[in-house]
Design a protein around this ligand. Structure first.
Ligand SMILES: [Zn+2]
Length: 309
């Protein structure tokens, strides 16, 4: 038995101890969702992996070029990207309002002007990714472009009482064009209704690569997956998003949190002959590990509901 399989079975055993004997056989189905090749990570572990510590949310990660015209300008646990063009730049994720000065500093350290940002877009309508839109717009003069399903959530995001700026609303499948850059918005809901994964193509050493900035397919600790009256289709949305992301088959995975694409492991490898961010397997791994975690949480909640009946 592989070490991973053994770990998985030990996890399953501890789950079984946690439920009554009458539910034990039913709970075994939970373990069926665990794939032998994947470590058994529950949604809360992936959430903690993404968020990191309080300090990591705010601490600058060294700004760097990822590939071609894509640069990292985020913190240790909140990813922001600068996509540069001859006609100005695109900022993906303004993060918290308090993060904006750190992002600006990173942009300037890379030798770019914050005022040259023409467009601000975001992964999804949660404050750790898009709360800073008003401040980033005020400092750059950029237009904020939102995806329609993000709008209701963004309307509630009013740091310091400021209205959330939205200059243009697009829908899933639309493209954003600036200079010779084309970004496609793919609606990948579940984590939020407006969760959007952004696709673009880059060139490195004469070869084209598909980049996907994965919105997030994570299940936050308080999410209700089983019988959610407010979001009855939440599980269907997650499942359609796993399928949509798999179909995109990116060569270069990026994400709204840098741990989604293992930035810390890849960063020291920058400058080697092969760009460390080219990682199609890592892209599929991130989808698979989150899908497994979603299924585990769903089953856990289904069984808890059975028990309380
Ligand atoms: Zn989120």
């Amino acid at each position: 038995m592989s070490e991973k399989a053994e770990i998985m079975i030990n996890h399953c055993k501890s789950f079984l101890l946690a439920v009554s004997v009458s539910l034990a056989s039913a709970f075994l189905t939970t373990c069926v969702f665990a794939q032998e090749s994947l470590p058994l990570l529950m949604p809360d572990e992936l959430f903690r992996r993404n968020i990191g510590s309080e300090g990591q949310l705010d601490a600058q990660f060294p700004p760097h070029r990822i590939i071609d015209n894509i640069y990292y300008v985020g913190t240790q646990s909140l990813a922001s990207f600068l996509i540069t063009t001859d006609a100005g730049h695109i900022l993906v994720n303004s993060d918290f309002e308090r993060t904006v000065p750190t992002i600006k500093h990173s942009v300037e350290q890379l030798g770019f002007d914050f005022e040259d940002i023409e467009i601000i877009i975001g992964s999804h309508e949660h404050s750790d990714h898009m709360e800073g839109d008003a401040r980033a717009k005020a400092l750059s003069g950029a237009n904020v472009i939102a995806v329609a399903e993000q709008v209701p959530g963004l309307a509630h995001m009013r740091p310091g009482g400021k209205a959330h700026p939205i200059d243009k609303v697009i829908i899933g499948g639309d493209t954003i064009n600036l200079g010779d850059e084309v970004l496609t918005a793919h609606l990948t809901p579940g984590h939020s209704d407006g969760c959007t994964s952004w696709e673009l193509t880059v060139t490195d050493a004469g070869q084209d690569y598909k980049v996907v900035i994965i919105c997030s397919v994570g299940v936050n600790p308080y999410y209700q997956l089983w019988n959610n009256p407010e979001r009855p289709d939440i599980v269907d949305k997650y499942r359609s998003s796993y399928a949509a992301l798999r179909a995109l088959a990116a060569d270069i995975p990026l994400g709204s949190h840098p741990s989604m694409y293992k930035l810390e492991e890849k960063y020291p490898l920058i400058g080697q002959s092969v760009n460390p961010f080219i990682d199609p397997e890592g892209y599929l791994y991130e989808i698979a590990i989150n899908e497994q975690a979603m299924n585990l949480r769903l089953e856990e909640q289904r069984l808890a509901a059975m028990q309380s009946e």
